[in-house]
Design a protein around this ligand. Structure first.
Ligand SMILES: Cc1cc2nc3c(=O)[nH]c(=O)nc-3n(C[C@H](O)[C@H](O)[C@H](O)COP(=O)(O)O)c2cc1C
Length: 161
């Protein structure tokens, strides 16, 4: 079984989730950061997992563009889709905005791995928005973004099944 995990990240949380997936998935697993590397041809892979992080309601353009360009081939694979995000309560909207409907329907596993606001490394505009997210969330009783390592394990188990 050969699995390709394609991901995009801004501050590294998604990359860490992808690395955990590689450790948990059975068979031969290849990780590709789409912001830094080109996607290999999909023909060699039995399974493909695609994921990224949500910024202002959308996943990275590299992820949505890859899905749009390869939709037909992805529909022939065991497919996994995942998002890292700070507002899991908005997951359905985030998924709809990020992945084509046909792929969401076809996916063997769809995961939400939570998120982390890594403010120390953020560019100023992102730091400002992260601060607003925390402040507005706090006022409205919304939990601050947090990692969900169990969701990564559950997703890997579903893909391995
Ligand atoms: C500027 C900014 C905007 C964000 N917008 C959203 C959003 O619209 N919805 C959401 O669920 N999470 C949002 N988040 C949370 C990120 O998705 C979360 O921090 C994620 O873990 C980032 O992963 P990365 O380090 O791999 O890029 C936002 C974070 C920042 C800094």
């Amino acid at each position: 079984m050969k699995t390709l995990v394609l991901y995009a990240t801004q501050y590294g949380y998604t990359a860490e989730c992808a690395a955990k997936l590689k450790a948990e998935l059975s068979g031969d697993v290849t990780l590709v950061d789409l912001e830094k590397q080109r996607a290999p041809g999909l023909a060699d892979y039995d399974a493909v997992i695609v994921g990224g992080s949500i910024y202002m309601g959308r996943v990275q353009a590299k992820i949505s563009e890859f899905c749009a360009a390869n939709e037909g081939e992805l529909l022939q694979k065991a497919l996994g889709l995942f998002l890292c995000c700070g507002l899991p309560q908005n997951l359905e909207e985030s998924l709809s905005a990020s992945f084509p409907k046909a792929l969401r329907k076809h996916a063997k596993s769809v995961g939400c791995f939570g998120g982390e606001l890594r403010t120390a490394r953020m560019k100023p505009m992102h730091k400002l928005i992260a601060g607003m997210m925390q402040k507005v969330g706090g006022k409205n009783g919304i939990e601050p973004p947090k990692a969900n390592p169990q969701a990564v394990l559950d997703f890997a188990a579903a893909m391995n099944a």
